[in-house]
Design a protein around this ligand. Structure first.
Ligand code: TRP
Length: 333
């Protein structure tokens, strides 16, 4: 165990899916043995594009905590905390907002894409809060002096933005903040069941970690396969088949055989999908078992989050002292 800190988290806007699992959850579970680990439930950030739906954010806080516990985040090793209960993060957000220009935020590729997707919510003009959420995220990371942030690819521009803010802060107020690094590991972005480049809640193409056997079966049965393949003995092209794509993730030992049979027209899509369903269920079984354990113990889940938040705050208070001192805001110290 080295003494560096790792921090990452999710917006509580829905349950986590297998895109999150391969994209970032597996990494964080592995890294919790090497780093002092903080997992945030980013409810304040979730409100930036769900300010009109606080109930949704509230409901999903516990889902996110349970998903993290279910995949193997160990509350004895890692600290899971609630963003809104850490006032220092809100304070830092205000201080950092002087260190970033509006046009820089408007150029952030992740923010840009999201704004385009959220036309319905924002209309012609985006809110100050949403445009500024990367500043809030910089506060999340630096409040804990995290040096490593395991995230999915889409988050890289946000980490870059954090690094810029840190450099600017340190150059003006003196060396105070730690410049974090993103950690991608071997993770990959997972495509949706429909072949879309991204698996996402809003796209309706995701398999959730908590999905039932029926839901998983229904979703896999509707996955997109090679459209040129009409009869069972037509030769298939696994390169354009989403079922083959998922076999790559869930059926590693069988994949060679699967592709060969498909190309030779020796395997029907229905049988192939059933095999995939079986393998997904097998992979998710221990996760779902653990999830059920916590679903049956809501008080325990709440306690883990409360305890984590209390511990998290000890760290952010210390950072705040350093920051205020550097910024000459330590009047009564
Ligand atoms: N932006 C992340 C997401 O959309 C959530 C998040 C908030 C985060 N603060 C963070 C991730 C700090 C890593 C570090 O899922």
């Amino acid at each position: 165990m080295n003494n560096k800190r790792m921090l990452t988290g999710d917006r509580p806007t829905g349950k986590l899916h297998i895109g999150h699992y391969f994209g970032s959850l597996q990494n964080r579970v592995k890294l919790q043995d090497e780093y002092e680990t903080y997992i945030l439930v980013a409810d304040v950030q979730a409100l930036t594009d769900n300010f009109n739906n606080p109930e949704k954010v509230k409901q999903n806080v516990k889902e996110i905590v349970m998903d993290n516990l279910a995949v193997g985040i160990n509350p004895e090793k890692s600290t899971i905390y609630l963003q809104s209960m850490i006032p220092e993060v809100a304070e830092l957000t205000v201080f950092y907002s002087n260190l970033v220009t509006v046009s820089r935020l408007q150029r952030n590729p992740t923010v840009k894409t999201e704004i385009a997707q959220k036309r319905e919510l924002f209309g012609e003009s985006v809110t100050y809060g949403f445009l500024g959420y990367p500043v809030n995220q910089a506060a999340d990371i630096t409040a804990f002096e995290a040096s490593i942030v395991p995230v999915g690819e889409d988050q890289l521009p946000l980490i870059e933005q954090t690094r810029e803010i840190v450099r600017k802060f340190n150059s003006i107020y003196g060396d105070t903040l730690i410049e974090p690094e993103a950690y991608l590991g071997e993770n990959k972005r997972i495509k949706g069941l429909d072949g879309n480049e991204k698996m996402g809640k809003s796209l309706g193409n995701a398999i959730y970690l908590a999905d039932s056997e029926d839901e998983i079966s229904r979703k896999v049965m509707s996955a997109v396969t090679d459209p040129a393949r009409i009869k069972k003995d037509d030769p298939g092209n696994p390169d354009i088949c989403m079922v083959a794509y998922y076999h790559n993730l869930f059926s590693k030992s069988e994949i060679k055989n699967i592709c060969e049979e498909c190309k030779a027209g020796k395997r029907g899509c229905v049988a192939c999908k059933k095999q995939l369903i079986k393998n997904i269920l097998k992979e998710l079984q221990p996760i779902q078992e653990k999830r059920r354990y916590y679903e049956q113990r809501p008080e325990l889940v709440k306690e883990i989050l409360m305890e984590g938040t209390k511990n998290a705050r000890k760290i952010t208070k210390q950072t705040m002292e350093k920051v205020k001192k550097a910024m000459k805001l330590d009047y009564f110290a």
